[in-house]
Design a protein around this ligand. Sequence first.
Ligand code: ATP
Ligand code: ZN
Length: 288
Amino acid sequence: MGKRITIAIQRKGRLFENSKNLLIKSGINFTTNGEKLLARSSNMNVDILLVRDDDIPSLVSKGVADLGIVGQNVLAEQSTSNRKITAKAILDLGFSKCRLAFAKPSNSKLRSLKNKTIATSYPGLVKNYLRKNSINAEIIKINGSVELTPYIGIADCICDLISSGATLEANNLIEFKSLMNSEAVLISSSNIKNISDINIIELVKRFEGVINAAESKYVMLNADTNSIKQICKLLPGADSPTIIPLQQKNKVAIHALCSEPVFWETMEKLKQNGASSILVMPVEKILN
Ligand code: ATP
Ligand code: ZN
């Protein structure tokens, strides 16, 4: 038993459910009741800190937590304005995908950001963007309901997080420029190469195994021996499929771990190329 590992995750909000599932799928059992700040794993040497997402970069930078799960957007914004935020993203987690983008009212004639007023919760990132593009504009920092600011006359446009675009649409706003893409990331106080604690390294490997598995599918199908080559070519991201002879002459079963999504279109193409009984199955864990 090494020293306890502390992981900071969002207590409630858009990141919570997926963060919790990632820990649980990685073998860390724990329960939360929405109130507690600290949950202690019942089966591993791990403590889970349940906090606001905004606090996660600094908790990890200070070493209060060894690892944290936060949006790249929050880590990037805080890193622009605070030199004490030294936490690094060590693994992309594939959930809470969104983009930070500029949007304007759909009836606005705005053509460039020049000399405009931009409302945002991400003043550091917007400022860097303006500086990089030599644009002179005013930024007002707003913490919530940024999408309303153009209508109360305090901003010409906004820069905010967008995922499906439904919020924009509901507020009659249209996106006109994307500043950055974001997703949830695992963060640590140092680069992955400099992590010396073997228990942390093992845990990060487990996270990686869960993330990789989420994108992977196990595909099984039957085919004629003469279509093997063509079918294997169609299997997305399959390393080396297993070919098993079937009782029926000139027939084989092909099994493959596909590391890329298997869409209906792929399955239909497989069928057109002689595959039958095509099964696509979820993969729970992968250890490479
Ligand atoms: P907290 O109370 O923890 O401070 P919050 O209100 O700041 O929560 P949430 O709205 O729960 O944060 O969003 C957390 C993260 O989810 C965002 O920082 C971003 O990385 C991601 N996210 C994904 N899609 C969206 C979206 N459409 N709007 C806002 N955040 C999104
Ligand atoms: Zn927040």
